[in-house]
Design a protein around this ligand. Structure first.
Ligand code: TYM
Length: 344
């Protein structure tokens, strides 16, 4: 009755999202957008969302929110997401997210939310002053995923706990109502660069909101700036070793090797094999050249797409229609299961 495993009725469906809050980083590209592109194809139905309702859990200037939404959709398309074969839309245009989010607020337990490390990091000592939305955020994220009965969620390492919570919410809903309705969602966290670190401090994640712009590579950075940021990236005096074991305790060095592997589509082992014994004077320029070769065509295309926001809005609108068609019947069934009267 309450098993979540492998119900053959569920299609293989991918859902993932990015917040439009500040510029996109190399972490977003390697941890999310690149794997999303690779999941398109015959094996999965793919749904990719600009999660604007998540962005407003912290203050967003309305004009900048609109621009950031356009930047995210431009980045997806410029990176190879095809809006004709994937569903590409922004969250606020499909009401099922907020509606199911409320129901999940009533399923999830306060104790579960209290364990969310991202909330603790973001709220810090200021927990009494942050929005209620920031606290409830993981329940909305579960709704994003489960409104589509998504089975696979490709994310960076930092989102793993939220995807696990999604499974707990699905299991509790199924158990409480005695149904086998929501599938068991699998986080897909594969590849060498699922946790891209800050270029100035290898113990911190590369994020959109770090203190200094030198900590991160932005998808829209120029070639000169990318080269400068890698040149100034913190490292240690030792050369690259000939095996990965010897990178233990050298977080910054390991991060640059992982980024190289992520960008080139190889493994950290292969990078070490190629650069064993190399100093930073050799490795950093090679990494900068590789990053520019991969990112420049994408950022050029992003700029071109962002110059025509009406075209991007049209893509989001069409995607929202498709998303609505999938999520509406699922939400209707949830209302019936819960006992909410639908009489029109
Ligand atoms: P967000 O907007 O912070 O990040 C979007 C995606 O980028 C990944 N990512 C990284 N990966 C590797 N290294 C990094 N330094 C790095 N920084 C970010 C994130 O892991 C994520 O996959 N809560 C989510 C958005 C969301 C969502 C969802 C995701 C809302 N609903 C449903 C999946 C399914 C977030 O804030 O991502």
């Amino acid at each position: 009755m309450t098993t979540l495993d492998a119900n053959p009725a569920f299609t293989q469906r991918v859902f993932s999202g990015i917040k439009p809050s500040g510029g996109l980083t190399l972490g977003n590209y390697l941890g999310a957008i690149k794997p999303w592109v690779n999941m398109q194809g015959p094996d999965f139905e793919t749904i990719y969302c600009v999660v604007d309702l998540h962005a407003i859990t912290v203050w967003q200037d309305p004009k900048e929110l609109r621009a950031a939404t356009h930047e995210v959709v431009a980045a997806m398309i410029a990176s190879g997401i095809d809006p004709d074969s994937s569903v590409v839309f922004n969250q606020s245009q499909v009401a099922a997210h907020a509606q199911l989010g409320w129901i999940f607020n009533c399923v999830a337990r306060v104790g579960w939310m209290n364990r969310m490390t991202q909330f603790k990091d973001k709220a810090g000592k200021n927990a009494e002053q942050v929005s209620l939305g920031l606290y409830a955020y993981p329940a909305l994220m579960a709704a994003d995923i489960l409104a589509y009965h998504a089975t696979h969620v490709p994310v960076g390492e930092d989102q793993k706990q939220h995807v696990e919570l999604t499974r707990d919410i699905a299991a509790k809903f199924n158990h409480d109502f005695g149904v086998d309705f929501f599938p068991k969602t699998n986080p897909v966290i594969e590849g060498p660069a699922m946790r891209v670190m800050n270029l100035r401090d290898g113990s911190k994640k590369m994020s959109k909101s770090g203190e200094s712009d030198m900590e991160r590579i932005n998808m829209l950075d120029t070639a000169e700036l990318i080269a400068k940021k890698f040149k100034k990236a913190r490292t240690d005096p030792a050369a690259l070793p000939d095996n990965l074991e010897d990178l233990k305790g050298r977080a910054e060095a390991r991060n640059l090797v992982d980024i190289y592997a992520g960008l080139s589509g190889t493994t950290p082992e292969a990078v070490i094999a190629e650069y064993a014994g190399a100093g930073w004077g050799q490795f950093k320029p090679a990494l900068a050249d590789l990053a520019v070769a991969k990112l420049a065509p994408i950022s050029d295309e992003m700029r071109r797409l962002m110059a025509d926001p009406a075209e991007l809005d049209q893509i989001l609108g069409k995607g929202a229609d498709k998303a609505e068609a999938i999520s509406r019947p699922i939400l209707d069934q949830v209302y019936d299961i819960v006992g909410l009267v639908r009489s029109r």
